[in-house]
Design a binder for this molecule. Structure first.
Ligand SMILES: [Fe+2]
Length: 268
């Protein structure tokens, strides 16, 4: 079943505006639109002309923002990568498993609200799950951590910038192995204090588990620092090969190339 987009044009406008700390009146005035028109857009009433006017003031790509309602990445599949979506507050939260078929070794990325489906796959394929890597410690991503850990005995890893009891911390740049797969860590902080991206090499395509740093057509937002969320994404995600499959914490899988073309925060 296709995972729906996490955010729409109104979410993107709200996140950018909040990140920049710009008041409605100032934004509307500078864009040359009535404040009521801005309120309608922020209330999810589509208005292409208004979106094109406010986009540059929010540092967003105008065409990408205006065409966001038509954007949804083509479903992508990678052998050895499994995505799990569990219900969270009317939407979904994602967790991932990568596995090296030759050795049967596997690594988990976040737990979502319910690690049951992931555990089922681990048992069905008789996998050795040795590591649980956390993209960040927000509750929807770590809700079932105690159960996943106790059922598998896996070690838990988290960025040193965001410690968690029971987890070992790492510095960005540290590499791990999972069978013949190589997992390299990158710091994509800004949504959270210690957001981490995990780049996996050794599958049929490069894969990066990005957590809430980036969504298809949007981003988690700069809850900790908006400017650093934008900067670290540009430096650590958009420098990956264009064919890299991105695995976000919410919404569908995407690729670097698609986000470079369609994500209003990053489109060129
Ligand atoms: Fe988050």
């Amino acid at each position: 079943m296709a995972v729906p987009m996490e955010d729409n044009f109104a979410d993107v406008v709200n996140k950018a505006q909040r990140g920049l700390g710009m008041a409605d009146r100032e934004l509307a005035q500078r864009a040359g639109i009535p404040v009521e028109a801005l309120h309608r857009v922020k209330g999810e009433r589509y208005d292409a002309a208004a979106l094109r006017k406010i986009a540059p003031l929010l540092g967003l790509n105008a065409e990408a923002l205006a065409s966001l309602p038509e954007y949804c990445p083509v479903p992508v599949q990678v052998a050895g990568l499994a995505a799990f979506t569990t219900a969270y507050g009317g939407a979904g939260v994602n967790s991932y498993l990568v596995l090296d078929a030759a050795s049967g070794e596997a690594a988990a990325f976040d737990t979502g609200m319910d690690c049951g489906p992931m555990l089922e796959m681990v048992r069905a394929k008789n996998l050795k799950l040795r590591e649980i890597f956390l993209t960040h410690t927000h509750g929807d991503h770590t809700a079932d951590l105690a159960r996943l850990q106790s059922e598998t005995g896996a070690r838990i890893y988290v960025s040193e910038r965001e410690s968690l009891r029971g987890a070992e911390s790492f510095e960005a740049g540290r590499a791990f192995t999972c069978g013949r797969l190589r997992i390299t860590t990158r710091s994509t902080w800004g949504h959270s204090r210690g957001g981490a991206t995990y780049v996996i090499d050794g599958l049929e395509r490069p894969v990066a588990v990005v957590g809430d740093a980036l969504f298809a057509g949007s981003m988690g937002g700069g809850m900790f620092s908006y400017a650093d969320a934008l900067r670290t994404n540009r430096e650590e995600i958009f420098t990956l090969p264009p064919e890299t499959v991105l695995c976000p914490g919410h919404g569908p899988l995407t690729t670097v190339a698609w986000e470079r073309a369609h994500n209003p925060f990053f489109a060129e």
